[in-house]
Structure formats: C-alpha cells, structure tokens
Design a protein around this ligand. Structure first.
Ligand SMILES: Cc1cc2nc3c(=O)[nH]c(=O)nc-3n(C[C@H](O)[C@H](O)[C@H](O)COP(=O)(O)OP(=O)(O)OC[C@H]3O[C@@H](n4cnc5c(N)ncnc54)[C@H](O)[C@@H]3O)c2cc1C
Length: 407
C-alpha cells in the first residue's frame, strides 16, 4: 500500500486525500490549525463560492497560466458535481457560473469533505505543524515538532501566505526551495489598494458604482465596472478586488500604477453634459454642492469641487463653460495613484509561488524530485474572483491524489 503524506488540510489537500484514500492509498493529512479547512469556512463571506462552471486557463494568472488547462479539463464542472454527490454535497448554480452549496453555508462544504476524508480512511492530524521535509533513501521524511515519519510520496498543499490569521504560512515555498524548486515572487491578490491622496480617508465609507480604469506605466491595463468603497487606507470594493491582481503585480515590479475612476459610468460624456445643462436651466440658483449631491455621493462633492477649484456654494448659473468642462472631466476621470496593497493579511489569495515549469501539469509531480507533488495555491497559479481559486485547488488536488495513489 502506498504511504502518502499530505501537508495542508485546505481545499487541495482535502480533495487529494479523499481521492488517494478511495484509490486504496494509506493517507495521512497534516494540518497545523486546530481544524482543517479554515479558508473554506471563511470563503465567499461564509457561503463558499465553491467553483465556477465556466473556468478556463484564461481565468488564471501566473508565469505560465496555461499550466492550469490540463487540470481544469480533468475536472470539468459535471465531474465536480458527480464528486460532490459522492460526498453528499448539493450545489446551487448561479446564472453567471458561480456555484455555492445548496445550504448557502460554507460549513456544509467542509463537513462533507471532512466526513468523506474520515470515512475513506484518511488519518487527519490537526494541530500538527510540519517543520521540514527531507528525501529519504526510499521516499520522504516528514518532520513535525515532535516526531518524524517516512512516506513513499508527499504532497505539498500548504496554500499561500494570504490570510495568515486563518493559518496561512509560507512553509510550502520553504519546503519546495529545499528540494531545488524555484519560487516566483509572491504578491497579494484580490486585495484592497492603498492610494497616494489626502482625500480618500476623508471619504471613508463612500460606496458607489463606478468604472475603474487601471493604467500601468501609462498604458491602460484593465477597465472594469462595479462597486468601489473609499476607506481610511485607500480603496476597496469588488471592482477594486477585481483589478487588484494586475495592480499588485505591477507594484511588485516597481511600475507606476494609476486608477482613473468614472463616478457616473452609465452616462456618456455628452449625456452627462446634457444633464448638467438641463439642470442649469431648471435650477439655475441651486448651488453646485446641492446639484452635485444629486448626482454623486455627497461626501465626494467637496473634494471634487476642491480638485477643480470651484466654490461649492457657487450658483449653477454662474459656472463658466471652462469650469463645467473641468468638472465633467473630473467626474468621468478622477485620478488616484496606487502606492501599495492592503497586504497579505487582507488578501484572499496570493500570486506567485512554486514555479510551474518544474511541475508536470498532468500529474502535479515535481520534475526535479520523484514522489514529490504540489497542488493548489502554493503553485504559481492564481485565479480571478468567482470560485476560480477553489476550482484550481479541487482540480489539481484531484490529479495529485489520483497519481500519488498509483504504485
Ligand atoms: C477570506 C477568503 C475568502 C475566499 N473566498 C473564496 C471563494 O469564495 N471562492 C474561491 O474560489 N476562493 C476563495 N478564496 C481563496 C481560497 O480559499 C484559496 O484559493 C484556497 O483555499 C486554496 O486552497 P489550498 O488548499 O491550496 O490552500 P489552503 O486552503 O490555504 O490550505 C492550506 C492549508 O495548509 C495549512 N498549512 C500551512 N502550512 C502548514 C504546515 N507547515 N504544516 C501543516 N499545515 C500547514 C494551512 O493551515 C491550510 O489549512 C478565499 C480566500 C480567503 C482568505
């Protein structure tokens, strides 16, 4: 019987352990937290956006995002549904491709995985931190704080550094490096951004639907519409999380990162101009502050006026054509420099990780060390928001589990 150690009881490790144990392997799963699957519990605001029905490699980033293609094809959505049925988990499929457990509670996902792992015979060692991994004459030695054990094969499924409060560590990178693997520099992703401005903190709490354009070194990199939320440290909101991967990677590469915010994306510049001119006719004596407060969040008005140097108390009819043009330009194009991210503590995921060039995408086995496997976020693959990160964790974990159980 093949003796397997799986390091990390997250999505990838749990999936791999269930598959390998069902194939007849003797599986031990190490988790340093008191319980497995802490990120699963915290995911999707406690609902767990468990997978996306439409995932392709285009939904992932990495030095070679195509690495994900084989795994995603091995676990198409229909096969995932079948797997879920075998662990007693039913899904709620949304129109946009996102899926949640039917219960709408992440806990049900973890309970199903945990029970399936235990019932398949996986030995789950919680509160057990793996401190080092070594190659033995035959197989590998897994070191914990107290003991060491020998296994035929090992899987590093320790995830990334994102959300250390949930138990995330960089141990996987350390272990991989010791085996000769290269680590692509890591960076927080799906994360809030820090801004170089004196006003974002004053607008803290302002949430609005906007269009955000991300420019890197002067070139437009991405344009996205969604909610933004000003905060004491900078800016958050789903639109910001969605562009954060590119922004964070650019910051890592010391590039200049600029956000242009259109506060009223539903109107073309001409339509907006017409709206303002109609207001000038209908309420000429209203102050700019009053009128702007009907178009954009009131808390932003003083800062918009300050930026274009117009007194907010000015009557609408007194605005010069130049002032109108400056104001409309700013509403459609409010520029902020991004100076950093809110860090790994607040990030959902991490970009970078174990270089995929040295890992076989069809088996998840190291090309450098036979019997050593990787799965999940520890690899240099990171997904978009929308269930894609779990998707890759399940798919790569499944392949690793299947391959490792082979004699
Ligand atoms: C708040 C939050 C919400 C999220 N929501 C979603 C979502 O809705 N949909 C989605 O697709 N993705 C979501 N993600 C991302 C998703 O959780 C991860 O991509 C996924 O968990 C990665 O799985 P993994 O198994 O590779 O790593 P992890 O789930 O991080 O598992 C790694 C495990 O290894 C353990 N470990 C680390 N070092 C050691 C060691 N030395 N010894 C023993 N154990 C160790 C860790 O404690 C952890 O349990 C979210 C992430 C966060 C933080």
């Amino acid at each position: 019987m093949t003796k397997i150690a799986i390091i990390g009881g997250g999505a990838a490790g749990l999936m791999a352990s269930i598959i390998a144990a069902r194939e007849g392997a003797d599986v031990t799963l190490y988790e340093h937290n008191q319980s497995v699957g802490k990120k699963i519990l915290a995911s999707g605001n406690g609902r767990c956006n468990i997978i996306n029905t439409t995932a392709t490699a285009d939904d992932y980033f990495g030095t070679n995002a195509d690495f994900a293609t084989y795994a995603l094809k091995q676990l198409p959505f229909t096969s995932f549904v079948t797997f879920c049925q075998t662990i007693g988990l039913l899904l709620d499929i949304k129109e946009d491709g996102r899926c949640y457990p039917l219960s709408n509670e992440a806990k049900s996902v973890l309970n199903a995985l945990n029970s399936a792992a235990k019932n398949s015979g996986v030995k789950i060692l919680t509160d057990t931190k793996v401190t080092a991994l070594n190659k033995a004459k035959e197989g590998f030695i897994v070191h914990t704080d107290h003991e060491k054990y020998t296994y035929n094969k090992i899987l590093i499924a320790t995830g990334s550094e994102a959300a250390p409060q949930l138990g995330a560590t960089d141990d996987g990178y350390r272990f991989a490096t010791a085996f000769g693997h290269k680590i692509i520099p890591t960076y927080p992703s799906l994360v809030q951004l820090h801004l170089n401005s004196k006003i974002h903190a004053k607008m803290a709490g302002v949430k609005t639907f906007a269009e955000v354009t991300l420019s890197i070194n002067g070139k437009i990199s991405e344009k996205i519409q969604g909610d933004i939320l000003f905060a004491s440290y900078g800016i958050s909101g789903l639109a910001i999380l969605d562009i954060s991967q590119k922004a964070s990677l650019a910051l890592l590469n010391k590039q200049n990162v600029i956000l242009n915010i259109n506060l009223l994306p539903r109107f073309t510049p001409d339509a907006l101009k017409e709206i303002l001119h109609k207001l000038i006719t209908s309420v000429p004596d209203h102050t700019l502050e009053t009128v702007l407060g009907g178009l954009v969040p009131a808390k932003t008005v003083p800062y918009l006026c300050e930026a274009v140097v117009i007194n907010p108390a000015k009557a609408l009819s007194m605005l010069t054509p130049k002032e109108i043009s400056k104001l409309l330009g700013l509403i459609a194009n409010w520029q902020f420099e991004v100076t950093g991210t809110h860090g790994f503590k607040h990030a959902e995921v991490s970009g970078g990780g174990v270089a995929t060039i040295d890992v076989d995408d069809t088996t998840m086995e190291s090309k450098l060390v036979k019997g050593l496997y990787f799965a999940g976020e520890v690899l240099d693959i990171v997904g978009r928001r929308g269930g894609y990160n779990f998707n890759f964790a399940w798919a790569s974990g499944m392949i690793a589990g299947r391959q490792m159980s082979k004699k």
